[in-house]
Design a protein around this ligand. Structure first.
Ligand code: ZN
Length: 328
């Protein structure tokens, strides 16, 4: 569009009017999160995230959250979404289902789609592993900035709130709800897993993805595999992944996550060995067995961005290194 001088002047003249109008629209931002708590056992509900990337349309609500009722009243949350607004809505749903206040919010790991909702709670009731707190201190504000850029008004009022309580691995009881806490890692440096005793459910956080490709921005694949082996050995009935539907078998999501990580690592190593560039590696064929896995191409391309330079450095040592002066 080419603006005539007259039209430009007209726009400038309108600006003082247009600005308050824009602000007024922001005040009445009508985005609403929808919550559909699915009962998955005695006093436990899964609130599903969208199996999508973070985009404005979903308000960043892409991670699963879990609500558990305390026998003595009140609720426990495992993860609380991407924003103040999401977490306030989740808390209202939980308090209605559990006939009492949210007593404790467990944070599975640092990523903003799980963690930034903690802004809605008194930090004293928000609990995480020490490693998660350290990672949030390092990365939290950067994540929040990125989320504001994508999600704008969905994020209003959301600030990084550091957890005020530390999770110690072992048995935990909250108003009669008995949990086992495990300190694992691999998806991030601190991956909290809870096992709910009453329902035999593993709350795996992002150590397990199900029919949704694993995200790897902070991954250590060797540690992740070890953690999956630990989860597979637990006596349990079912598993809630960080993303994707409930796994009623308790084993399929673990196996699929492991399969994806093994394929990914092997495929990227092979791509480097073949001299493919990053764009070519991101276009590699994805095996048919992952046909039902959502966001497979998207996460492959993100994983190329996370890992490729490191694999190249490892497999293709500098030819001027070790020659005595190592300059340049
Ligand atoms: Zn994550």
């Amino acid at each position: 569009m080419t603006l005539s001088r007259r039209a430009t002047l007209g726009l400038l003249a309108a600006a003082p009017v247009a600005l308050p109008a824009r602000m007024a629209r922001a005040e009445t931002f009508a985005g609403r999160y929808a919550y559909d708590p699915q009962p998955i056992g005695p006093g436990i509900w899964l609130v599903r995230g969208a199996d999508e990337a973070i985009v404005f349309g979903n308000g960043g609500a892409i991670a699963n959250a879990v609500i558990m009722a305390c026998p003595q009243g009140g609720a426990v949350l495992f993860d609380c979404g991407p924003s103040l607004r999401y977490a306030q809505g989740l808390a209202a749903v939980a308090e209605k289902l559990c006939h009492g206040p949210v007593r404790r919010v467990f944070l599975s790991h640092l990523h903003p789609d799980h963690a930034l909702g903690t802004a809605a709670f008194d930090p004293a009731i928000v609990a995480a592993l020490p490693a998660t707190r350290t990672e949030l201190e390092r990365d939290g504000n950067g994540f929040a900035d990125a989320m504001y850029r994508i999600l704008a008004d969905w994020m209003r009022g959301t600030a990084v709130a550091l957890p005020g309580a530390t999770v110690v691995p072992g048995p935990i009881e909250i108003a009669g709800r008995r949990l086992q806490a495990m300190a694992l890692k691999g998806h991030s440096d601190g991956d909290l897993v809870l096992v709910d005793e009453a329902s035999g459910t593993i709350l795996a956080g992002d150590l397990a993805f199900y029919d949704r490709a694993p995200a790897t921005p902070d991954a250590n694949l060797a540690a992740w595999r070890e953690s999956l082996a630990t989860l597979a050995a637990l006596p349990h009935h079912q598993l809630v992944p960080g993303h994707g539907p409930l796994d009623p078998s308790g084993t399929a999501a673990i196996a699929q996550t492991r399969d994806w990580l093994d394929w990914l690592e092997q495929a990227l190593n092979q791509a480097v060995a073949q001299g493919l560039d990053m764009t070519e590696a991101g276009s590699l064929p994805i095996p048919d067995r992952f046909a039902a896995v959502k966001l497979a191409r998207y996460e492959l391309q993100r994983s190329v961005a996370h890992f490729y330079a490191g694999i190249e450095a490892q497999r293709l040592p500098r030819i001027d290194a070790g020659s005595g002066n190592g300059n340049g």
